[in-house]
Design a protein. Structure first.
Ligand code: MSP
Length: 517
């Protein structure tokens, strides 16, 4: 398997101070779709997710819950594992920052940075936000209520003055700028790349990377009064999971990561601090960081205090798993902010899934079932229109590869739906039901073209809607060893018996109370 191309991608690791919500589900979903696509396309994939369990924020939440931090993190981390299973995520590993493998990895990276003269002891005096787990400059703050100060994120800040180790970030400004220039695809989308570049051009200060005022974290080697800054600890998870400090084995195979998927709020940590830490330690930076946007709920910012947090589990119970997976990646151009609304969800579900794709598959398969003895029909000569439709479907694979490599899910799905719509137009024009009497041979050709088009569409949609497409491929009797993209060109074999077709994309019927019927 050594010649197989590899692909390593990661989600952020989630803070365990909170239950999983739509934001977490979204980031991991995007990665899951890429991971599934790459596996089907012959890559050796490593897909990592996990939980970020240290730091003051988590310590405070444990305290508020009245339990010890370890017990608290065990409990909340499990919620994230449960969500991953429920959403059908295909992650290959789930890392927790409280695991011994991770603590060893952080301490090894720290030692490496000390050895290279990149970490030195000093003292910190400045503003810190526990909610953001971030230091903020005086000039970045705004006035809050009652003489308090707020971070640009709106989070309260507190004055911190304590001994601290510093990472020599100031020395990395030019090397980071050179790195961005030599690697134009490192940060996406472009607007975010420009923001990061102007932030770095504005000057970088040394970064405080340890704290002495609390205990819940990875102790600094040889100076356990200090706890590592939670972001240095958290970012290191990406190399822990490939075996660091061991640099042979998985590390040699998978590092540098091909993609760190993150939300826009945590881009700076991934695109500035992380490559600087790695380069300073003599390690390679990742290949790409993509920052996606944020969801609002019916036009409003999602927040616990507003009580409008969207629970992904409830959403799936209401609309169906594949429907939610499809909606989240189709509704909003990936990278932009987006608004969740029930109306939009129902429109996509009924319009594009039930009407466009569901009907195409259902009517093609039922006609075959009724008019061709439930067997894949034997086609005659293809007409120009037949060839055009089959070629349009075949042309989707290279388009999707390209869209997936740029994380442009909505573009990929739009391209697929252009073919779905073309296929529906084809059925209407060819009217196979009328050919039954006048030209049964032609009817068989048309039905064959339709069945093979549906096969190609279903194969390509597997990463986004694994359950529904599996059922559709079962109905087309596509054997499991013909569901990878290597078999994309292998057309259906005439004469193959087909099971009775059943619709796989139900319509959402609203009851008066607004729920599902
Ligand atoms: N623990 C850090 C990440 C460390 S990675 C080395 C963290 N965790 S988090 O749980 O607060 O956030 C995780 C992700 O959820 C972020 O990428 C964030 O952008 C995303 N989202 C949180 N709310 C969101 C929305 N409303 N919409 C979309 N994504 C959002 O940050």
């Amino acid at each position: 398997m050594t010649g197989q191309p590899r692909y390593y991608l990661t989600t952020p690791i989630y803070y365990v101070n909170d239950s999983p919500h739509i934001g977490h589900a979204y980031t991991t979903l995007a990665c899951d779709v890429i991971a599934r696509f790459k596996r089907l396309d012959g890559f050796d994939v490593k897909f990592l997710t996990g939980t970020d369990e240290h730091g003051q924020k988590v310590e405070k939440s444990a305290l508020a819950a009245g339990i010890a931090p370890q017990e608290f993190t065990d409990r909340v981390s499990q919620n994230f594992r449960d969500l991953a299973a429920f959403m059908g995520y295909s992650n290959d590993d789930f890392i927790r920052t409280t695991e011994p493998r991770h603590i060893a990895s952080c301490q090894a990276l720290w030692r490496k940075l000390v050895e290279k003269g990149e970490i030195t002891l000093g003292s910190y005096a400045g503003w810190y936000s526990v909610r953001d787990e971030a230091f903020w400059g005086e000039d970045e703050l705004t006035q809050g209520p009652n003489g308090t100060k707020l971070a640009p994120t709106g989070a309260p800040v507190e004055w911190v003055e304590e001994p601290s180790y510093f990472f020599r970030l100031s020395g990395w400004q030019q090397r980071l700028l050179d790195f961005y220039e030599q690697n134009p695809d490192f940060i996406a989308p472009t607007s975010r790349r420009n923001e990061v570049i102007s932030f770095v051009k504005g000057g970088l200060q040394d970064l405080s990377v340890s704290r002495t005022s609390f205990k819940w974290g990875v102790p600094v080697p040889d100076d356990p009064a200090h706890i590592m800054y939670v972001w240095l600890d958290a970012l290191t998870n990406y190399i822990t999971a490939v075996g660091y400090p061991e640099t042979s084995g998985e590390y040699a195979r998978y590092w540098p990561a091909d993609l760190h998927m993150v939300g826009k709020d945590i881009l700076r940590f991934h695109a500035v601090y992380w490559p600087a830490f790695l380069m300073a330690a003599g390690l390679e930076p990742p290949r790409r960081v993509f920052a996606h946007g944020w969801w609002t709920n019916e036009g409003q910012k999602i927040s616990k205090s507003l009580g409008n947090v969207i629970d992904p589990i409830k959403l799936v119970e209401h609309y169906g798993l594949d429907q939610v997976r499809y909606f989240l990646l189709r509704e909003v151009p990936f990278g932009n902010d987006g608004d969740f609304s029930h109306r939009a969800m129902i429109n996509r579900m009924n319009g594009e899934l039930a009407n466009d794709f569901g009907n195409l598959a259902q009517r093609s398969l039922s006609m075959i079932n009724k008019n061709n003895d439930a067997q894949v029909p034997a086609p005659g000569q293809f007409s120009a229109e037949d060839t055009e439709l089959l070629a349009a479907a075949a042309g989707l694979l290279p388009k999707l590869r390209e869209a997936i490599d740029r994380q442009m899910f909505h573009e990929g799905l739009e391209a697929v739906w252009q073919v779905v719509r073309a296929a529906n137009g084809y059925v209407d024009r060819q009217a196979p039901w009328a050919l039954k009497k006048t030209d049964p041979a032609r009817m068989r050709t048309v039905l064959y073209v339709l069945a093979d088009t549906v096969r190609q569409l279903a194969l390509l949609l597997q990463p986004v809607m694994p359950g529904s497409t599996a059922r559709l491929l079962d109905q087309l009797a596509v054997p499991s060893d013909r569901r990878s993209f290597a078999a994309f060109d292998q057309r259906l074999a005439a004469g193959t018996p087909l099971p009775k077709p059943e619709g796989v994309f139900p319509r959402f019927v609203e009851t008066e109370a607004g729920g599902a019927a």
